[in-house]
Design a protein around this ligand. Sequence first.
Ligand code: ZN
Length: 141
Amino acid sequence: MEYEKGRIFLLRVPEGEELVEYIKKFAEKKGIKMAVISAIGSLKRAKLGYFNIGWGRYEVFTATGIHELIAATGNISLKDGKPFPHIHALLGEHDGSTVGGHLIEGDVFVAEVYIEELKGEPLERVPHGNLALWKAEDLSN
Ligand code: ZN
């Protein structure tokens, strides 16, 4: 799919908010259907997922305590007609080591978020096993 750049937002998420839900609500409020996202900051707790292909579902683990949000990257598309953020996060420990994965929830201490809206036909997520994926790009025609 091809898109044009739409509105660009920079926002600071208030302390105590849950990052994924906050971005979802922000997108709903602003009418954002497609976007690319990046964020940095610090999280107080994060629930992360690792999709285990053998199990066909996520292994979920929690990073407790303050972690640097070194990098979060992702997108917004539609799921059931509503904006759905898909975000991956790399978190830093106090000794510089890192953990990361599919961001299920993140409790914000500080988060500086960049959202770049994409204008064009929105992609809708459709069920694919236990995942909700975009229709794969078809290069055959
Ligand atoms: Zn993911």
